[in-house]
Design a protein. Sequence first.
Length: 547
Amino acid sequence: MYPFLSEVAIKLTNIDYGVVWLYIVTLVAIGGYVSYKNRKSEDLFLGGKTMGWGNVGLSLFGTNISPTFLIVASASGFVGGIYSSNFEWLAFIFIFLLGMVFIPFYLDTKITTMPEFLKKRFGNNCYSFMSFYSLIAIVMAWSGGTLYAGGLVLKQLIGWELETCVILLAVIAVGFTIAGGLVAVMVTDSFQSVLMIVGVLALTIIMAFQLDSLEQLLDVHPRDIPKELAWDLFHPHGSVNPWYTILLGYPVLALSFWCADQTIVQRVLGAKNLKHAQKGTLFVGFLKILPPFIFFLPGIMAAVLLPEIENEDEVFLTIVSTYMPVGFVGLIVAVLISAVVSTLDSALNSFSTIFTLDIYKRWIGPESSEHKIKQVGRIVTVFAGVISIFMALWLDEVNNAAEKSNLFELFQKMIANLAPPISAVFAIGILWKKMTSKAALVALWGGALISLSLGYLQMNPDSQGWFDAGQHWYLHWLLITFYIFLFLCLLIVVVSLFTKHSEEETVLPSLRETYRRNPGIGKSGFVCWGILATIMVTLYLVFNLIR
């Protein structure tokens, strides 16, 4: 009935329940301590810029790993081999751009939100568009979807009603966010990231000991692809996901996600200074080496050990119930809960930040004190939590009425189609001084119109067949994203060449000028990024040589 919800029953022993409650108590204790320690701070949104690079990196990692990712990663490895690891390993390029190109500009302009950056660069019209667009994107792509998926998984694991699971998760996330703001969110995210890594790594190691030999694993035959492509990261033309779709389409999504998304960027803006911000992005860049080995590999091993599994959405919970000993099952439940809370509290904090600073302070209470702004931010966080609950329950109703069980996948594709206008405007706006505010506004509105129209077609049951291979006309969804982005880039260039800069615009300094004022981590940072790039290239060469 539900995508990402297995029919596999997992029985929790008293020891497992004890582990889960230990996790919850520890999480509440950490969040409570941090909230109490920072109770006098009026900066709910950037934590007074006090976060070190370790918290920045771990918080980015935890925010990125959602509950659906845990389920989908195993399913993807089971049916498609190593291919989906591209979305993890190619991310380092755009995390590099975030830390070494975008963040210097963001910190130099002293912004708190992404809409505020567009205001300083292009003026109030782009500012207004981005403020409301960001709120819609956060509710749909982050809080609502995460809460829905997390509630479904928790429902299966514990057996409670979906409404109860959704409300419980929302209350936990809202509590941390309103009590301690970004500081509490990032510190608890750091704890939960470590828990996720340890928990899923334990699962991977336990499964590895069930294999007879490495050759048995290398000889795996995932269900949906030819056997010889199991360990290939780039698939040939004519396959379901040919290599050029990932190389052309993924950068558009990654630019928007890693470099211009409020929920992601806000973690870096909360760093003590540019050095800690850049070290934090470098740290998460190295952490992104792990997901294919600890999240996708269990699914690939399941294709060897448990090939009889019929529904790939059951892979993760099946291997947990089959191989994890007493106590470790509770750890995995804690990992799933932590994935929900880590992503959800980050989304709620971002929603509160944008609404309070970019809408309330601009139009409703421009003269409000810092204390008043903090109180409004807390109220908005509760409001965002309530909206997220209703969004999650609405998604449940829509999914029950849908004929296809992959509605959640279609929903994510629609959100992905929203990336092109943001990627185009932010990338060109930073790198090209001649871009004008009129060009930015045309690209934002035009791109949103195109993307929302395609999203509607993908969600509409009467037209979903148009997006299936072999039906009517077909174009891979990543290529659709790329072509929209390419069109918008050309549109920006043409409009900019035929329009003049407005008085509201601010032409940014060059990246070199920005680094002269604040060198950040300097040459040593670029050397470390070079080492990471070498590791990534080596991994691609090794996996493409595996046969």
